[in-house]
Write a protein of this length. Sequence first.
Length: 117
Amino acid sequence: QVHLVESGGGLVQAGDSLRLSCAASGGSFSTYNMAWFRQTPGKEREFVARISWTDTTTYADSMKGRFTISRDNAKKTVYLQMNSLKPEDTAVYCCAGGLGTVRYAYWGQGTQVTVSS
């Protein structure tokens, strides 16, 4: 069984940076594609970024240039570096992983990011 735990969220001001972490336990982390999603109340879950098991990265258009996804297979951890944060980035950020690239088998509980103006 794979267990994902996010950390690093918090309350920041517009323009600040945060780095989120997602630590995995169990499974074969190095073979998984990993991704970050975010969700706000009343809205659908939104794709943020993805990193494949071969380190290929993909970003949602609104995050390009501001967010960076990376992974450390030795630590079984995926990161999301978020710079120049905006109030509209406020959301619960969840990591996901699995062998697929669209549907993910494993999900974390999420970490809250709040950006004040």
